[in-house]
Design a protein around this ligand. Structure first.
Ligand SMILES: *Cc1c(COP(=O)(O)O)cnc(C)c1O
Length: 435
């Protein structure tokens, strides 16, 4: 067994000195069970995908039933019930106007699709718009287009020469009792306007779209901004006639305490990217949903405006069946994600408030995050991360710090008892690693 494991090259892992990976044999609700019998509370929803807990019987059943009927079929020229159902369910809760659903396989491809859509949209109208706007720290996935959009992320420096033209605007990250938030927002908006004014022709005809993670920048360290800021960004995009893309790969399906971050903020983007929670965390699936304006521009009697994009497993029926089952669970249990923020705040007050190692605490729906005070810079590469990660496992919780940022993002079914346990594990870990 050990030999087999040694052949696998793990993601985001330095294989030269990585600890042997933990062998997971099963999952149940918020728990993961390791091969050695140890139980972990999955405080990060297995890289932000799981929303109803592990091995949920209703989703497992839906996949089984679907597998006995139709496991996969080409999606060009064909369709099937689970995809049709999912598309009609999605549009009931997405911001108004988002009505045309394009399927792909993961968050990165949903972003690739969105930027190709936006780029071709302007071509369909007879305009050549080559540039995009994104936010500093933004993360949109690991494929080349998604890296370009996320070029403000620290991961991609070595790929710089491969990336296409994206201009960055500061992200006004905020936290509890942040006195500078309004000023940060004004500076970000001024930077955005400056970019839009600077273009060669004086009007913003170089820019195809602005792409952002609404409300929470995930990989950047759970950096939160206010709904007011999103509304102002959206107003500017409207006024300057560039498309607005929301990457809700992480924030969708209840994560920010409402169905979607865009709904919470009352903003209607032109294109939205969804993945991660879409299938309840069971199977890879994503969608890029656009409005009528974008969709209609592709309609033509020739092939000149056809959208030439698609993947082998586009709209895989098993993944769609899982997503439909997950959607119904989400509908039934909406209170779980709507009430989570109050619970996260309460346990913070009871277990961590005033802790001398904690700064910049923030809450957004089902997400709680803060920075650990260290002698080093706040950064993904802060060396405290690996020591803490190890300690958390010893404490019985799966918490994976982003540098010196610690966050909880549990499945919505997590119990009060397990939440309190996780906060206490944080307190203990801070005490033992920061001293
Ligand atoms: C995770 C993530 C992606 C990439 O999704 P993958 O499924 O890992 O390709 C894109 N955007 C955001 C905001 C994400 O959090």
């Amino acid at each position: 067994m050990a030999e087999v494991i040694a052949r696998i090259w793990h993601p985001f892992t330095q294989m030269a000195n990585a600890e042997p990976p933990l062998q997971v044999s099963s999952g149940q609700g918020a728990y993961l069970y390791l091969a050695d019998g140890k139980r972990l509370i999955d405080c990060i929803s297995s890289w932000w995908v799981n929303i109803h807990g592990h091995a949920h019987p209703q989703i497992a059943e839906a996949i089984y039933e679907q597998a006995r009927k139709l496991e996969q079929v080409i999606f060009a020229g064909f369709t099937h019930e689970p995809a049709e159902q999912l598309a009609s369910l999605l549009v009931t809760r997405l911001p108004q106007g988002l009505s045309h659903v394009f399927f792909s396989d993961n968050g990165s491809t949903s972003v690739e699709v969105s930027l190709k859509m936006a780029y071709q949209y302007w071509q369909n109208l007879g305009q050549e718009r080559k540039r995009f706007i994104a936010f500093q720290g933004g993360y949109h996935g690991d494929t080349v287009g998604a890296m370009s959009m996320g070029r403000g992320s620290p991961f991609w420096e070595r790929f710089e020469n491969l990336l296409f033209a994206v201009d960055l605007v500061p992200f006004p990250a905020t936290w509890q009792n942040d006195e500078d938030v309004v000023q940060k927002e004004e500076e970000a908006l001024a930077a955005l306007l400056e970019l839009l004014d600077k273009t060669s022709s004086g009007i913003n005809e170089d820019y195809a779209a602005l792409c952002m993670e609404p409300l929470v920048q995930g990989a950047a360290g759970m950096r939160v901004c206010r709904t007011e800021f999103l509304r102002k960004v959206a107003e500017i995009c409207r006024a300057r006639n560039i498309l607005l893309i929301f990457d809700e790969v992480m924030t969708g399906f209840g994560r920010t305490g409402d169905w979607f971050a865009s709904v919470k903020a009352g903003v209607n983007p032109d294109i939205i990217c969804l993945s991660k929670g879409i299938s309840g965390g069971f199977l890879p699936l994503s969608t890029t949903v656009c409005n009528e304006r974008v969709f209609a521009s592709f309609l033509d009697h020739t092939n000149a405006k056809t959208f030439y994009h698609g993947h082998s497993y586009t709209a895989n029926p098993l993944a769609c069946a899982a997503a439909v089952a997950s959607w119904h669970l989400l509908l039934q249990n909406q209170d779980q994600f709507k009430n989570m923020e109050a619970r996260l705040r309460r346990f913070f007050q009871e277990e961590l408030q005033g802790n001398k190692w904690i700064k910049h605490e923030r809450f957004c729906g089902t997400i709680f995050a803060f920075e650990t005070k260290t002698a080093e810079q706040d950064s993904y590469f802060n060396s405290i991360a690996s020591a803490m990660k190890k300690r958390f496992i010893e404490e019985g919780v799966l918490i994976r710090p982003l540098g010196n940022t610690i966050y909880l993002m549990p499945p919505y079914c997590v119990s009060d008892e397990d939440l309190r346990f996780s906060y206490r594990a944080i307190a203990k870990t801070l005490a033992s690693t920061c001293e």
